[in-house]
Design a protein around this ligand. Structure first.
Ligand code: UDP
Ligand code: MG
Length: 351
C-alpha cells in the first residue's frame, strides 16, 4: 500500500541518492544541479543523500563543506570502497523518502528527467526507470558490450530485466521496503527492482557524456558487474555446463565405438593421435569451464554464509538521529527489526 504522507500532515519526501567515488571534478556541479532541481520539485520536500564510497580524492571533504551549508544534504561516508551497487544500497537503506531517485554523480543522467519521473510516480507508477536512447561520449566498445550484456542477461534470466537501463530511476516506498528486505550480498540493484514487481514504466532519455573525470568502471569491474548480474539472476550457466557435459558424453560414446571398430576390424589402429589429443583437450576444457562455473556459485554462497555487513559506515553527516544509521531505520520485515545486511557498529562522527 502506498503511504499517504498528506494524511500525516507533511508533504511527501523525495530522497535523491547519489553514489560517489573519486568524483572531485564533478561533485560541485552535481550538488549545484541537484539543489536547483530540488527547488523545482513542487509539493515535495527533498533530501539529497550522497554516499561517498571510500573516495581517495577530495570528494569527502567537498561533501562535508556542502553539507555544512545546506541542511537538505546528507552524507554517508564508507570506511573504504565497497562498490557502486553497495553505495546505492546504503543510500536506499538510509532514505526516508516516499519516493527515492537513484542517480549517478557524473551528470550522465540529466537531473531534469527526475521531474518527469515524479510526474509518472504521481500517476501511480511505483518504478520509473530511465532507458537510454543514446549514450553520448561512450566508446563503441562500451556501447557494444553493454548491448550484448543486456541481451544475454535477458536470455538467461527468469526475471525480465529491461534492456539498456541503468540504475537511474525513481522507486516508490513499497519498492524501497522490498529492496531493504533483500539481504543478498551480490547486489544487482536494477535486477532486484525488476524482481520486486509493482507497476513499472520506462522513461526514454538520452544519456549525456560524463561532466568531468573518467569512468570509475574499468573493464575488470565491468566484467565482474556483468557476472554478478547473470549469476544473481540465473542458474542457467549451471545447466549449460550439464549440457556441455552431455554433448561431450555423446561424442565420447561415438568415439569409443569408432576406436573399437578401428582396433578390431582394421589394421590401422595406431592412427588417431590427433583425434585423441583433440578429444582430451576438448573434454579437459569443458571440465574446467564447468568447475569454474560451479566455483563462481560456490564462492557466492560462501560470501553469503559469512554474513558480514554489506558496508561499513565511517561517517554520517546531516542525519537527525543518534547512533548508527541503521539502528533507527524502519524495516519492512517485522517492526523494529534491522535488515541483516546492515552496518557494523559504525563510529558516527558528526562534524
Ligand atoms: N561509483 C561508486 N563506486 C565505485 C565505482 C563507481 O560509487 O566503486 C559511482 C561513481 O562515482 C558514479 C557511479 O557510481 O557516480 C557510476 O560510475 P561511472 O560513472 O564511473 O560508471 P559508468 O557511467 O562509466 O558506467
Ligand atoms: Mg558514468
Amino acid at each position: 500500500m502506498k503511504s499517504c504522507p498528506e494524511l500525516l500532515g507533511r508533504p511527501p519526501l523525495l530522497s535523491i541518492v547519489v553514489p560517489c567515488f573519486n568524483e572531485e571534478e564533478v561533485i560541485g556541479e552535481t550538488v549545484k544541479r541537484l539543489c536547483e532541481l530540488s527547488g523545482e520539485v513542487s509539493g515535495m520536500d527533498v533530501e539529497l543523500i550522497f554516499v561517498d564510497d571510500g573516495s581517495r580524492d577530495r570528494t569527502r571533504e567537498l561533501l562535508r563543506n556542502f553539507q555544512a551549508d545546506d541542511p537538505r544534504i546528507k552524507v554517508i561516508g564508507f570506511a573504504r570502497n565497497f562498490g557502486h551497487q553497495i553505495a546505492v544500497t546504503a543510500g536506499i537503506d538510509a532514505a526516508n523518502g516516499d519516493a527515492v531517485v537513484l542517480i549517478d554523480a557524473d551528470l550522465q543522467d540529466p537531473p531534469e528527467i527526475v521531474l518527469k519521473m515524479i510526474e509518472k510516480w504521481r500517476e501511480g507508477y511505483d518504478v520509473v526507470y530511465g532507458t537510454r536512447t543514446e549514450r553520448a561520449g561512450e566508446s563503441a566498445f562500451k556501447r557494444g558490450t553493454a548491448r550484448g550484456f543486456y541481451r544475454l542477461l535477458n536470455q538467461l534470466s527468469d526475471v525480465k530485466i529491461p534492456m539498456d537501463t541503468g540504475d537511474f530511476r525513481l522507486i516508490g516506498r513499497n519498492v524501497v521496503d522490498t529492496l531493504r528486505a533483500m539481504p543478498e550480498r551480490d547486489r544487482f540493484v536494477r535486477g532486484m527492482v525488476s524482481w520486486a514487481g509493482f507497476r513499472q514504466i520506462a522513461l526514454p532519455y538520452a544519456r549525456a557524456e560524463r561532466y568531468a573525470g573518467v569512468s570509475k568502471y574499468p573493464l575488470v569491474k565491468m566484467v565482474r558487474f556483468a557476472m554478478d548480474g547473470i549469476l544473481s539472476f540465473s542458474t542457467k550457466p549451471l545447466q549449460l555446463s550439464v549440457a556441455m557435459g552431455m554433448s561431450c558424453a555423446v561424442i565420447a560414446i561415438l568415439g569409443i565405438f569408432y576406436s573399437l571398430f578401428v582396433r578390431l576390424f582394421t589394421s590401422v589402429w595406431v592412427e588417431g593421435w590427433a583425434a585423441l589429443m583433440i578429444a582430451v583437450l576438448f573434454v579437459g576444457g569443458v571440465q574446467l569451464i564447468s568447475v569454474g562455473i560451479l566455483g563462481e556459485y560456490v564462492g557466492r554462497i560462501y560470501n553469503e554464509i559469512k554474513q558480514r555487513p554489506l558496508y561499513v559506515v565511517q561517517e554520517l553527516l546531516g542525519f537527525d538521529h543518534e547512533g548508527p544509521l541503521m539502528s533507527r531505520s524502519p524495516v519492512v520485515a517485522g517492526e523494529g527489526k534491522m535488515p541483516n545486511r546492515v552496518v557494523a557498529q559504525a563510529s558516527v562522527l558528526t562534524h
